[in-house]
Design a protein around this ligand. Structure first.
Ligand code: PEP
Length: 257
């Protein structure tokens, strides 16, 4: 059975004091009896500070981005080797904000995935359509194309290490949520695409999450689907009480499945 995972993407938030305050609260919360993985992805400038606070806990740490090159004259970038040296376990790749504001292409994303895997990092690969694409009825084919591009040249072993997140762009940070039923449909299609590219076992083993305005009062609609293995949570992950409630929702359904 796939273990549920809740990942907090802090984006370029919050200030250092608030960030420390949040993780001290998380650290003191009893995760021991939880059946879900919990990961936080702070801004890269705070990774070391946050990792030091969380070092004796089960909370996983992810970066929000990396470049695909190992080292070199790439001012401002962070390499997978550096993340590995820090013991960062995961890295978000292809978030729609990276695609939109930093012009990352499907090809860049595929290179980043391969490079992250080479350095032992778990890529959290984001895919999702914009509103126009959904309204034209092309959401499935758009997301399928993104998944196929992400998986290019990856073997079954590599694919089974990935986490995918279906994040419709129109639902990110907007308060508009994609219904659990619609998200589940796309996630089923993603599993079928993985199966066609690799094998049934890869498609059964890869964790696929929903992301887009997840809150404690809407997430039950998603996490109740067996196919949806957790959430990639932006805004709500900055609020301790909300984040814990979302983790608890995943923990409760884990016991049911
Ligand atoms: C995200 O950052 O990936 C995200 C889904 O943000 P939000 O939950 O704020 O919509």
């Amino acid at each position: 059975m796939r273990k549920k995972i809740i990942i907090g993407n802090w984006k370029m938030n919050p200030g250092l004091t608030d960030a420390q305050d949040l993780v001290f609260k998380l650290k003191n919360y009893a995760f021991k009896n939880k059946q879900v993985d919990v990961c936080v992805c702070p801004p890269s400038a705070y990774l070391v500070t946050i990792m030091n606070i969380l070092k004796d806990t089960s909370i996983l740490i992810g970066a929000q981005n990396m470049f695909y090159k190992e080292e070199g004259a790439f001012t401002g970038e962070t390499s997978p080797k550096m993340l590995r040296d820090l013991n960062v376990g995961m890295v978000i790749i292809g978030h729609s904000e990276r695609r939109q504001f930093f012009h990352e292409t499907d090809q860049d994303i595929n290179l980043k995935i391969k490079s992250a895997l080479k350095f032992g990092l778990v890529p959290i690969v984001c895919v999702g359509e914009d509103l126009q694409t959904r309204e034209k009825g092309n959401a499935e084919s758009w997301v399928k194309g993104q998944v196929e591009a992400a998986l290019k040249d990856l073997n079954q072993n590599d694919i089974e290490k990935l986490i995918l997140a279906y994040e419709p762009i129109w639902a990110i940070g907007t308060g508009k949520v994609c219904s659990g039923e619609d998200a589940n449909k796309i996630i089923e299609m993603i599993r079928a695409t993985i199966k066609a590219h690799s094998s049934e076992s890869s498609s059964n083993n890869v964790r696929i999450l929903y992301g887009g305005s997840v809150k404690s009062d809407n997430f039950n609609d998603h996490i109740k689907f067996e196919n949806i293995d957790g959430g990639l949570v932006g805004g709500a992950s900055l609020n301790f009480e909300e984040f814990i409630k979302i983790i608890n929702l995943a923990n409760n359904v884990h016991a049911l499945h």
